[in-house]
Design a protein around this ligand. Structure first.
Ligand SMILES: *[C@@H]1O[C@H](CO)[C@@H](O)[C@H](O)[C@H]1NC(C)=O
Ligand SMILES: *[C@@H]1O[C@H](CO)[C@@H](O)[C@H](O)[C@H]1NC(C)=O
Ligand SMILES: *[C@@H]1O[C@H](CO)[C@@H](O)[C@H](O)[C@H]1NC(C)=O
Length: 202
């Protein structure tokens, strides 16, 4: 209820100051970002992102750092601070297939949940042998896409360009899938004992 009041108020504000994206436009923005991760091309990055694009994700930073904070990227800061930085970083990555689970939006931002059963299908699974673990572990995440409204022309056909991304996901499972973290999940393994000694917050 609170969310819909907020959306209504911000859509009224946008009616005064600019337009408010439709459900179809929000879905298109979500699919544009999905395409940049699952079927990346430079042309789509240039078509879907503003030049001043920023992407902030400690989950991505943790993957880039291989779980070692600060090396090479610091946690808690922007991961890609321009479209060119995203192109340089994402352009060299394998495509990652994922399913969009939900899409919500207000006038100029899109919120989505996603899940991938196997983000790294090329990684060999024999490294998990004897560890009581059947890979891959699924990865689920949440993304906030802030957009800028653009003037539509023949050369720039999209009204809503992604300007800012805030994205977090289960990088723990992803690092297991990559073999960077290699837990031993056998019932009697010493790492299992450590897992059971975790802080009792849940
Ligand atoms: C990702 O998918 C796009 C579109 O299908 C393709 O052009 C590109 O070569 C793929 N990238 C990699 C690293 O496989
Ligand atoms: C994509 O852009 C990067 C950075 O400008 C460049 O190095 C790369 O060659 C381009 N890829 C293609 C397929 O044109
Ligand atoms: C995992 O732990 C079990 C129980 O301690 C042990 O028998 C097994 O060798 C371990 N596996 C690996 C790959 O270290």
């Amino acid at each position: 209820m609170r969310t819909s009041i907020f959306a209504t108020v911000s859509c009224l504000a946008a009616t005064v100051f600019g337009s408010c994206m439709t459900d179809a436009a929000a879905h298109e923005v979500a699919v544009h970002f999905q395409e940049l991760i699952s079927a990346y091309t430079n042309a789509s990055a240039e078509a879907y992102l503003t030049a001043n694009f920023h992407d902030t994700s400690d989950s991505v930073t943790t993957l880039i750092d291989g779980g070692c904070p600060g090396t090479p990227l610091p946690l808690g800061q922007t991961t890609f601070s321009s479209r060119d930085a995203f192109i340089a970083g994402q352009g060299g990555q394998p495509n990652i297939t994922f399913t969009i689970l939900n899409v919500w939006h207000n006038c100029d931002s899109v919120f989505l949940r996603w899940s991938s059963n196997d983000p790294n299908p090329d990684v060999p699974t024999n490294m998990f042998a004897g560890k009581g673990l059947t890979p891959p572990e699924q990865v689920t995440g949440i993304i906030i896409l802030e957009t800028s409204e653009a003037t539509v022309t023949a050369d720039t056909p999209y009204q809503w360009l992604i300007n800012t991304v805030y994205s977090e996901f289960n990088s723990g499972a992803w690092l297991v899938d990559l073999g960077v973290f290699q837990p031993n999940c056998s019932a009697t393994a010493s790492s299992k004992v450590k897992r059971d000694a975790r802080p009792r917050i849940l």
